[in-house]
Design a binder for this molecule. Structure first.
Ligand code: S3P
Length: 171
């Protein structure tokens, strides 16, 4: 399928969905570069995501996130792990559509996302349970617009990457 497609796979989903770990494995399997949008942003700013939020605020973060996305969407092939909010910003959503890549939503119940995130410390929007669930509810309608949905509850990254490979997106 998809001969007219750009060889870009965007992994979409909330914080803790496994975008980076699944993306790393998927890229290895395809022999494509793996790009983690948050890592690109941190390298560009010389600061962690948490520091960027604290020192410059979320609107600034969203601007540099968009600029980073413009850059990474230019280079194919690539497996790109988006941040949890990237796909929910209209300018990014439109850019991703226009880039003619494939979007895959790693769909996981909010309870499990919360548990996975509770062991990590670089997520400024991970605060309390209530705001986490609310943000998830606000975003899920965007995630649903990804072309593919993979149910990831209780699954390991290897297993999820394998399911994506079996979609045979570019063969
Ligand atoms: C964000 C998610 C984070 C990171 C930033 C904002 C969000 O990425 O981009 O903290 O808005 O949900 P992960 O989804 O990789 O945690």
């Amino acid at each position: 399928m998809n001969n007219h497609r750009q060889k870009l796979i965007y992994l979409v989903g909330f914080m803790g969905a496994g975008k980076s770990s699944v993306g790393t494995l998927l890229a290895q399997h395809l022999g494509w570069p793996f790009v983690d949008l948050d890592t690109i942003i941190e390298a560009g700013q010389g600061a962690t995501i948490r520091e960027i939020f604290e020192q410059a605020g979320e609107p600034f973060f969203r601007r540099i996130e968009h600029a980073a996305l413009v850059e990474v969407a230019r280079k194919e092939p690539a497996v790109i792990a988006l941040g949890g909010g990237t796909f929910t910003q209209k300018t990014n959503f439109d850019l991703i559509r226009q880039s003619r890549g494939v979007t895959i939503w790693l769909d996981c119940p909010v309870e499990e996302l919360w548990e996975r995130c509770s062991t990590m410390d670089n997520r400024p929007l991970f605060r309390d349970r209530e705001s986490f669930s609310k943000l998830y509810e606000q975003r899920v309608s965007y995630y649903r617009q990804a072309e593919f949905r993979i149910a990831t509850a209780g699954r390991q990254p290897e297993d999820i990457a394998e399911e994506i490979i079996l979609l045979k997106l570019f063969s």
